[in-house]
Design a protein around this ligand. Structure first.
Ligand SMILES: [Cu+2]
Length: 331
């Protein structure tokens, strides 16, 4: 509550000082006011870690127009494939980090607390902000606070931008932020969120199943594990339910760090795809969505018959490495 009133106070001060831009930003953006972004670094206090939710679920849109994003940087062992425990660098203890849900015009109020062993940062692809201010590296034991206004609708990546970025992304520091368009996404749908990423593990000396990231493998882009939402074949083991005749909407981010996603659902065609999730970027009748590292897309499809519909990255070396899941369609 205290931070909410602070934020409003800052926003009001900026409005009086006329620091923000009130003109239309450009094509594809909403006509919203984007204030100057400022950041403060303080000593880290205590924190409460939110409980992790299923990473494929789109969290409910918070009420109000200020979205509080509290992220804690933690070193954690996570499972990236069966019997593969990986020494990850995380947002909130999971890979990917939590899905953030906002709408166009919202103020995203970010508190980034570093409880990890080294410096980290956060870069929001959905934001308009000077990186040296908003995306600065925060040292262990410190907290960075800044806020920004969401001007573009879509599905965007966020990630740690501390050098070497390759290592910070490879080790798990990324997630998805979804910014709803002013008029929403359209017809009611079954929503799923997928973050594709790849891993470059090497065994720890003397261990059978504990791994850490190998910078040489990262640089050569020779990934051994590819995942949707951080775990190889996660949704082959646990298929995702969909209903025949009901629209399915997928929000896909390719976190990379280096591999493109060729997102494809076997047995159907996307009736509509929005590049980066912007409703002004519509393509119809798409078989496979090309998503670059650091990019995103929203795809919509409806299945006509009950059955099992695999979804893959159609880059089949990566499919074999774990980039495959299942939709289970029932009447
Ligand atoms: Cu980092």
């Amino acid at each position: 509550m205290r931070r909410l009133s602070q934020c409003i106070a800052i926003a009001s001060a900026l409005a009086i000082a006329g620091c923000g831009s009130s003109s239309k930003i450009g094509s594809g953006a909403a006509d919203v006011r984007v204030p100057t972004v400022e950041a403060q670094v303080t000593k880290a206090g205590s924190f409460v870690l939110p409980s992790a939710v299923n990473p494929e679920l789109l969290p409910q849109l918070p009420s109000g127009d200020v979205i509080h994003v509290d992220l804690v940087l933690l070193d954690r062992d996570v499972e990236i494939a069966p019997d593969m425990h990986y020494r990850a660098w995380t947002f909130n203890g999971t890979v990917p980090g939590p899905v953030i849900h906002a709408k166009v015009g919202d103020t995203v109020d970010v508190t980034l607390t570093n409880k990890a062993m080294m410096g980290h940062s956060i870069d929001f692809h959905a934001a308009l902000a000077p990186p040296n201010v908003a995306y600065q590296t925060v040292a262990p034991g410190h907290t960075l606070h800044f806020s920004w206004v969401a001007a573009y609708p879509g599905v965007f990546m966020y990630h740690c931008g501390t050098p070497p970025v390759l290592a910070h992304i490879s080790n798990g520091m990324y997630g998805a932020i979804i910014v709803d368009p002013k008029d929403g996404w359209g017809d009611d749908a079954q929503d799923y969120v997928f973050v594709q990423s790849e891993f470059y593990p090497t065994l720890m000396t003397g261990s059978k199943d504990d791994y850490f990231g190998d910078l040489t493998k990262m640089r050569s882009a020779l990934a051994e594990v590819v995942t949707f939402n951080g775990l190889a074949f996660r949704y082959r083991t646990n298929p995702l339910p969909i209903k025949v005749g009901k629209l399915v909407r997928v929000f896909v981010v390719d976190a990379g760090p280096s591999h493109f996603s060729a997102f494809h659902v076997v047995g159907t065609i996307f009736n509509k795809v929005m590049l980066d999730g912007n409703p002004e970027n519509v393509t119809m009748g798409v078989q496979t969505i090309a998503i670059p590292p650091g990019g995103g897309a929203v795809g919509e499809f409806t299945v006509q018959q009950a059955g099992t519909y695999p979804f893959v990255t159609h880059s089949f070396g990566d499919t074999d490495a774990g980039g495959l899941g299942l939709f289970q369609a029932t009447d």
